[in-house]
Write a protein that binds this ligand. Structure first.
Ligand code: EPU
Length: 346
């Protein structure tokens, strides 16, 4: 196992922030993790797991040992009368997996096309888009304990999925807590794609596409194409303009809080959830505060979607965080709502 020192991270984070890893190890299989666990010096050092770097803001050189996950492979693992089970290595690119399943005639992931990042990062924050979340297609995952080198398998219930959340986002604050952040590395993910497929067209953007194209019974391939188009129009390509997708989560409020805000701001974009609470569009809140297209230093609010912060070139993580704080303050002052960042600040 090779430990690389002073590794530039700019290519490894979609914000394109310039920083270095003091030390970096590439993880290509389970054996690499076991070798780490068996090395007393490496086993003892704090670790940071890096997937596609699409959900992080790096605010300086990274001191913990960076584990860059490069476990590859994808296959149709199993098929029965109800579903196909597809398995992919954590280092595979998420979008390439989605495209491959659609090409193979295995529908179910098409609404999550073009989400940046790796397969291993997908369960960490329960990625989702256009009405489908990873947890809706999740079968199980394999992970490995960084301290002992032991492998284990988790079901959906054990992953504790929530909106952009899972056990992998939480540290164990006290013994008995089941937080796995920094403790376990996801090696392989299995997805269940039911054969009883229906197009998921609940989102307005997709309904509009359906009307425009006049396709009455869209296939998974149609939806894949529509989602790619919609995202390309609305979201910046990180290869061109650095960003980490939505910078804040859409906040949830009670029915009373929502009614109160609507009383003051009748145009606020809101959606009722199954439990009776309401989700507010953070992009709308930020836009309403006048942030769209504004910059602070080299960090800016994207001019076509206020929920996305971008690197105009040469932004530091500190500049991105400063802009994010300024946005949080103005949204709080105007609406009384605290926005919570979606990316991990490193
Ligand atoms: N809006 C504005 N102004 C803006 C941005 C949005 O008024 O500048 C309004 C829109 O008109 C729309 C509403 O806010 O009525 C919601 O916007 P949009 O449909 O673009 O979706 P979103 O809530 O901003 C979420 C996810 C995205 C996902 C899309 C589609 C979160 C934090 N974001 O965005 O996920 O792709 O829905 O499902 O849940 C991500 O997590 O990184 C991400 C990109």
């Amino acid at each position: 196992m090779l430990v690389e020192n002073q590794v530039p991270l700019q290519r490894y984070n979609t914000f394109g922030i310039v920083a270095k890893a003091h030390a970096l190890v590439r993880i290509r299989d389970e054996q690499d993790v076991r070798a780490l666990a068996a090395d007393p010096a490496l086993a003892a050092s704090p670790k940071f797991i890096l997937g596609g770097g699409s959900n992080i803001v790096i605010t300086g050189d990274v001191r913990p040992l960076v584990l860059k996950v490069e476990i590859m492979g994808r296959r149709l693992l199993h098929e029965d009368e109800h579903a196909w089970i597809v398995e992919a290595g954590a280092g595979e690119t998420w979008h390439e997996l989605v495209a491959w399943t659609v090409e193979q005639g295995l529908p179910g992931l098409e609404n999550m096309a073009l989400i940046p990042g790796t397969v291993g990062a997908a369960p960490v924050q329960n990625i989702g888009a256009y009405g489908v979340e990873l947890q809706d297609r999740f079968e199980s995952l394999d992970a490995i304990d960084l301290a002992s080198g032991e492998s284990f398998t988790l079901s959906a219930a054990q992953c504790g999925f929530g909106y952009r959340d899972s056990v992998f986002k939480h540290a164990a604050a006290q013994p008995g807590d089941f937080g796995l952040a920094g403790r376990a590395l996801i090696t392989r993910v299995r997805l269940r794609l039911p054969k009883a497929w229906r197009p998921e067209l609940g989102y307005l953007d997709l309904q509009k596409r359906q009307e425009e194209t006049g396709v009455e019974q869209p296939t998974a391939r149609d939806i894949f194409g529509w989602v790619c188009d919609i995202r390309q129009n609305k979201l910046p390509d990180w290869r061109v303009v650095g960003n980490a997708g939505s910078f804040f989560k859409n906040p949830t409020v009670t029915a009373e809080q929502c009614a109160d805000i609507i009383g003051r701001e009748p145009r606020i974009v809101h959606y009722q959830l199954d439990d009776g609470s309401f989700k507010l569009a953070a992009g709308w809140l930020i836009d309403a505060c006048g942030w769209k297209g504004k910059s602070m230093g080299h960090a800016a609010v994207y001019d076509r979607q206020a929920l996305v912060l971008v690197n105009r070139g040469g932004a530091t993580g500190g500049e991105v965080v400063t802009l994010a704080r300024a946005i949080q303050t103005s949204v709080y002052e105007r609406f009384g709502i605290r926005l919570e960042p979606e990316p991990v600040i490193v």
